[in-house]
Design a protein around this ligand. Sequence first.
Ligand code: GAR
Length: 202
Amino acid sequence: ELRLGVLASGNGSNFSAILAAIAAGQLRAEVTVVVYNNPTAKVAERAAAAGIPAVLLDHRAYETRVAMDQAIVAVLRSHRVDWVIMAGWMRRVTQRLIDAFPQKILNIHPSLLPSFPGLAAVEQALTAGVKITGCTVHVVELEVDSGPIIMQAAVPVLPDDSAEKLQARIQIQEHRIFSLAIALAAQQAQKLAQQSESISIR
Ligand code: GAR
């Protein structure tokens, strides 16, 4: 069973979708802690309702990004987290967090990366006039919204789309693929670990 630590900045609908997949037996995992950075983030209520500890680490209380990430690592470690799941985490990460969980931080982003990284990805797609967009789950590297892609889902852009309508359609796909991508990434990591084990035995 995977021990997940969720980082979230806002609503937390992806967090709830992960909990639903766990409850339905589709993902063998446990969310051991939620870290959020905005005092008013709705994800805190969702965590409380699910009986999962939620820890507020307000980025405004830290002098540097590294200090903030250091605090995040301490919380995740104290809850014995194996995989870090960024579910609407709107902060840039530093090497400090990446080094603490190498290859084990996953992020979901509302576009088909490498198109439209960064903020307001849905608006970026509308402005560009693409006819297909979607969402991406990827392994987190230092550069924003970069790193190996685990899974994507495509979403058509409709002629009368607003950012809200398009985002709602993208979120349906996010809620579907995030838990699948977590399971796949964990499976791939386990396979790699087994392979390197058998190589070292030989
Ligand atoms: C999601 O759509 C996610 O893709 C996006 O924030 C939303 C959070 O929704 N993430 C980013 O834009 C990251 N750069 P939620 O709080 O309801 O899960």
